[in-house]
Design a protein around this ligand. Structure first.
Ligand SMILES: [Zn+2]
Length: 99
């Protein structure tokens, strides 16, 4: 199950799964809207795919929020970053970072 919100460097993005018509019309599984601080995820995806798509969209957001605007719009970079982040997050417990 996806969270309702994610915090990307102090900016709160709302996760929305009620934009299937918009996403379908644009052949997208997800999208991040920086100015609206929203991330759309297609509601009909499997639970695993929703997580992967969310991490992909968050990857766009990470680069955008640190000012790497060119990288934030580069799908080849974001694709790789998304896969790496997803695996890194999935395979580790992060309590040690928060201590
Ligand atoms: Zn993308």
């Amino acid at each position: 199950m996806l969270p309702e919100k994610v915090n990307i460097f102090g900016i709160e993005y709302t996760i929305r799964q009620d934009k299937d018509e918009y996403l379908g019309a644009n052949s997208l599984l997800g999208e991040i809207l920086y100015s609206e601080q929203e991330i759309y995820i297609k509601s009909t995806l499997s639970a695993d795919r929703k997580i992967k798509v969310l991490v992909h969209e968050v990857s766009h957001g990470i680069l955008f929020e640190v000012g790497a605007i060119k990288g934030a719009g580069d799908e080849s970079i974001i694709h790789l970053l998304g896969i790496c982040l997803h695996q890194f997050i999935k395979n580790n417990d992060f309590e040690w970072v928060k201590r």
